[in-house]
Design a protein around this ligand. Sequence first.
Ligand code: PXP
Length: 245
Amino acid sequence: MKRYIRLGINIDHVATLRNARGENYPEVTQAAKIVEKSGADLITVHVREDRRHINEKDLGDILNVVSIPVNLEIGANLEMVKIAIEYKPKCVCFVPEKRQEITTEGGLDVVNNFDKLKKILKLFSSNNINVAIFIDPDRDQLIATQKLGVKTIEFHTGSYANAFIKKNNVELELKKITESVAFAKKLGFSCHAGHGLTYDNVSSIVAIDDILELNIGHFIIANSIFDGLESSILKMRKIISKAIK
Ligand code: PXP
């Protein structure tokens, strides 16, 4: 049977556009409903400390209007954990968070934040929420994440996406991801991937065996301005299906 890759659509930037004028449109709930109708497998949102796009109300509203799983990206701190436990999305993905960064620029440094993460993860043990950690494709990070007892990781594909734009070191970045996925599989992880993926660069990531899920946001929302959200998602799905080995 042909492999299937779950597609998560990150709708943060619908809220970015809304917040740019302080209006109540475009509505994130409308986007969430279209994502579901388009056959995406999950909706991903990132509640940031500064609430620059999605806020708690958006999260609650989205959870109320869709039945596909919601994947909440959060920084590893108590404020965000409280939100996750209160709203109970199906999945949480811990990401690093620096206020000044434009986007999530790298994976979470599990090696150097091990004790802090261990404490945070304890708060999740009695909740029925799947926990993932967003990491760079790196052996040491994988080993540390395994020691934490987390079973799912999302690989940060940003370095690969940047290399793709610059047409420089693409093979090297792809090799890092491919080898990390193979190592992660040996360690028993479920592997997801995301960041900076587009119609042009997604196929090589899809071709890596054992990637189970992709989370794609900025490109899809940007492309929707020209082609609409539904057809942008359908086109991404088509490219992914075609690239599956
Ligand atoms: N996955 C994670 C964990 C992220 O933090 C992000 C960006 O918020 C994405 C996927 C989506 O990245 P992009 O918006 O570049 O597609």
